[in-house]
Design a protein around this ligand. Sequence first.
Ligand SMILES: [Zn+2]
Length: 252
Amino acid sequence: MHWPTLFFCPGCLLPSMMSLCDSCKRSIQPNSLPFDLEREGLETCYPVLISAGTTRNLLRRWKEKRGNILRSHLFRMDPALQRSLFQLDVVAVVPIPQSPNRSERRGHASSREVARFIAERIDRPLVDLLDLQKDDPAHMTGKSRFERDHSPNPFRISENFSAAHPLFQLMEERVFSGKDIPLLLVDDLITSGATLARAATVIHGFLPRARIYPSGLGLRPSVRPELPESEFPSDVPEVRSRSDPDRSDHFP
Ligand SMILES: [Zn+2]
């Protein structure tokens, strides 16, 4: 007897005929409104998606395991958000640097991937302005907010960003003419804004006139009080009882 190949939706892990089930596709929460993260040194934040419920599951799986199927569904920008980003008229899109070991294990540098996606959407150059401190591979993940705020800054200005860089002169000209330098600083997922704020501190030390607009693929609604998480669909979709004959007998 030949059994058809069974696919599992990468969002809910339920059997699915397609790569991503319709329920998970519909539950992806795009974000259209920039808002304030209320972190010192950071301007208005521009997250692409609201990371709650199924969207949060999908984002986590994409971050840990990559996957082009997830990428194609998650890397979509609300037209209103794209217009707001255009209007910012940033000089460059700067990714948050990630440890090469971790990126290698996961098969991708997720923040750089998100930064490249946004840079293409708004037609601005992607610039690796930041690097990790050589001797401090401190990871923010899994640390409390207190620990995040009180450990040494893991970032530094990249050695590759020197006077020879094409954007260096443009930034210098802006400084001499008294203009601000708007930059879009991009992480993969924004949980508290602490990582972005620390990266902003390093950039401000180097470019005091920088105006740093944070962005990311997903934002936890917990850092945005006007978006209560309870209004979003739960992480695990309900299994409909009619698809389970044993249960429907007991619960008519
Ligand atoms: Zn699904």
